[in-house]
Design a protein. Structure first.
Length: 369
């Protein structure tokens, strides 16, 4: 079997941006760009992947089209580890994070999807998991700023059945409002998107203790300051990070200095499932829980569901709390009562809806053959 074509497809679906009220000053996330990757073979079987994503997607697309895709033609698609190794070695001089890692992730996921289809089994079984039909998800709210809006949106998520809610805020007032709205029985998390200095982070560790946060994510700038994250843990903060961590060795350093309670690798950013599997093993060896970062609704989301389903312990799956005009995988990305169904079809469990792809595709598609 040989790879005969690699296609990167950018689709941009309108979003309600988390539906803030008309009176809110919060910025609206008006669309949701998704970069799909399809790998075709000479036996007529194709695999689908997703490369991160969002506003960086056009640059990632160029990386796939210009650098990676031409080298893949004629390669054995079942040699997933070999493709990953050779691609990383060939282009490491362009950086071990960013668009190259994102592009490699999309290709790797497509190859894993293809492998699952060839074997006739879902990816979670290929990863060693068989027992879960559903996984717990948390409502990952967008940033609203106004405490009253944060409270209303957190309460709305709970009314939809979510028992875990994550805020993207930076202040105590927003955390207090959310906790007051959802009560003490719902897990509450906070993601500051690297907003705090080390000094502010240490001060917030004391001030936020009363709200019983399950974790505080990406607390300080820069995200690779593992030393400060370790200091925050020592100060009593439950620390999560990983969406900005590019390689296995970056996670190894974070674990070595006791910087993390929760690791959050993103399968669309770290190199796909090939690298994710290594990170899962490393985290387990250091006694660190994994809760994958997943800011997407495409193949990357499905791959994250399979990862969570295959873990030997219970964790939670991130689901961005925005509404999309259309879904690439209508049944497979829906959350019902705070849970997401584990796909049981081969590979990822399904292909993206071709009508949705055709309707929302942007930029001319270039097929490398």
């Amino acid at each position: 079997m040989k790879i005969t074509g690699v296609e990167s497809i950018l689709v941009d679906v309108p979003s309600d941006g988390g539906a803030p009220p008309a009176t809110s000053t919060a910025p609206r996330w008006s669309s949701f760009p998704t970069l799909l990757v399809r790998v075709d073979t000479d036996e007529g079987v194709s695999g689908w992947g997703e490369a991160f994503g969002h506003s960086i997607a056009p640059a990632t697309k160029t990386t796939i089209d210009e650098l990676l895709a031409p080298r893949l033609l004629g390669a054995d698609p079942t040699d997933i580890a070999g493709v990953a190794h050779r691609s990383n070695r060939a282009f490491h001089m362009f950086g071990r994070n960013g668009t190259l890692a994102y592009a490699l992730s999309g290709i790797d996921l497509a190859l894993w999807d293809l492998a699952g289809k060839l074997a006739g089994v879902p990816l979670h079984r290929m990863l060693g998991g068989t027992s879960r039909a559903e996984v717990d998800a948390y409502a990952s709210l967008v940033a609203y700023g106004e405490p009253e809006v944060v409270a209303a949106k957190a309460a709305e998520a709970v009314s939809l059945g979510f028992r875990h809610v994550k805020l993207h805020e930076t202040g105590e007032a927003q955390v207090a409002a959310a906790r007051g709205a959802i009560g003490d029985d719902v897990e509450l998390m906070l993601d500051t998107n690297c907003a705090w200095t080390p000094e502010v982070g240490l001060a917030m560790a004391r001030r936020l203790a009363q709200y019983d946060l399950r974790w505080v994510e990406d607390a300080v700038w820069p995200p690779e300051d593992h030393g400060t994250l370790a200091r925050l843990r020592a100060a009593g903060m439950r620390v999560a990070a990983g969406e900005n961590t590019g390689t296995l060795f970056d996670f190894q350093h974070a674990f070595a200095v006791d910087a993390l309670d929760v690791a959050q690798p993103d399968v669309t950013k770290v190199g796909g499932l090939t690298e994710m599997v290594k990170m899962l093993a490393l985290a387990e060896a250091h006694g660190v829980l994994v809760s994958p970062h997943s800011a997407c609704f495409g193949p990357g989301f499905l791959a994250s569901v399979h990862v969570v389903a295959a873990l030997p312990y219970d964790t939670v799956l991130e689901r961005i709390a925005v509404g999309l005009e259309a879904s690439l995988f209508p049944e497979l990305t829906a959350a019902r009562d705070g849970r997401v169904r584990v796909p049981m079809g081969p590979g990822l469990g399904g292909d993206p809806d071709p009508d949705v792809v055709a309707r929302y595709r942007v930029h001319p598609t270039r097929v490398i053959t």
